[in-house]
Design a protein around this ligand. Structure first.
Ligand SMILES: [Zn+2]
Length: 211
C-alpha cells in the first residue's frame, strides 16, 4: 500500500460529495475532479476511479456537464469508456467507437450509425452515471498546475497496491487493459507520484483556500 495514496484517499473522502443533481455554483471554475463509484472501495473508504481536469479557462463546470449529462460521447472520453463497457458483448460497440465530431465524419458514417441505438446508449450511460457515480472537486487555478497534478494523482493511485477494482467493477469489461487495472483513464500516467508531504500540502493548501 502507498502511504501517499492512503492520505490522498482519506482527504478526498472528506470533501463534499457531488452527484448528478449538483448545482453549477458548487463547482469551482478551475480545478480537478475525482470520481467515486458504487462498490469500489480502497483505504477504508471510496476508491478514486477517475481523475480529471480541463484545459480551457473557467471551464470545469462545463466539462463536468459534458461528462455527466450531455448525451454526446464524442465530447467526453469518459462517457465513451462507460458506453464501451455497457456494450461489451454488443456488436453496436463498433458504431459507438466512431468519432462523429467532425462534419466529414458525420457524413462519412451517416449510413453506418443507428442513431436510435446511439441515443439509447447515451441514455444508459447517463443513467449509469446518475445511479453509480459521485465526485469531489477542488480548485487549482493555473492550467499547467492542473495538468501536472492530474498526472501525479494518476501515478500515485496507479502504483498503489490497495487501489484495485472490485470483481464486479464495470471497467473490467473494457477492451483496454489499462482501464481494467482500475481507473477510467487511459492517458496521463507519466507523472511523478506524490509523496506523503506533497499530498499533505495539497490537502492543507486546499482547505486553507476554502476557509
Ligand atoms: Zn491507493
Amino acid at each position: 500500500m502507498s502511504e501517499a495514496c492512503e492520505i490522498l484517499h482519506r482527504w478526498a473522502n472528506t470533501l463534499p460529495r457531488l452527484n448528478a443533481s449538483y448545482a453549477a455554483g458548487e463547482v469551482p471554475k478551475n480545478g480537478i475532479y475525482l470520481v467515486f463509484e458504487s462498490g469500489e472501495l480502497a483505504h477504508g473508504g471510496n476508491r478514486i476511479v477517475r481523475v480529471g481536469t480541463h484545459t480551457g479557462k473557467d471551464n470545469l463546470p462545463k466539462r463536468l456537464h459534458e461528462h455527466l449529462f450531455k448525451p454526446n460521447k464524442d465530447r467526453s472520453i469518459f462517457r465513451k469508456h462507460i458506453g464501451r463497457c455497457l456494450l461489451a458483448d454488443d456488436p453496436f460497440l463498433a458504431q459507438w467507437n466512431f468519432d462523429l465530431t467532425s462534419r466529414a465524419n458525420k457524413v462519412k458514417f451517416a449510413d453506418r450509425v443507428d442513431m436510435l441505438r446511439q441515443h439509447d446508449v447515451e441514455a444508459r450511460v447517463s443513467q449509469y452515471i446518475t445511479d453509480n457515480l459521485e465526485f469531489v472537486v477542488f480548485p487549482v487555478k493555473e492550467k499547467h498546475e492542473r495538468l501536472e497534478l492530474e498526472k501525479s494523482l494518476l501515478a500515485t493511485i496507479k502504483c498503489c497496491a490497495d487501489c484495485k477494482p472490485s470483481p464486479n467493477w464495470l471497467g473490467l469489461k473494457h477492451q483496454a487493459e489499462i482501464i481494467r487495472e482500475g481507473l477510467w483513464n487511459i492517458q496521463g500516467f507519466g507523472g511523478q507520484p506524490l509523496n506523503v508531504s506533497t499530498v499533505q500540502a495539497l490537502a492543507f493548501h486546499t482547505e486553507a483556500r476554502e476557509s
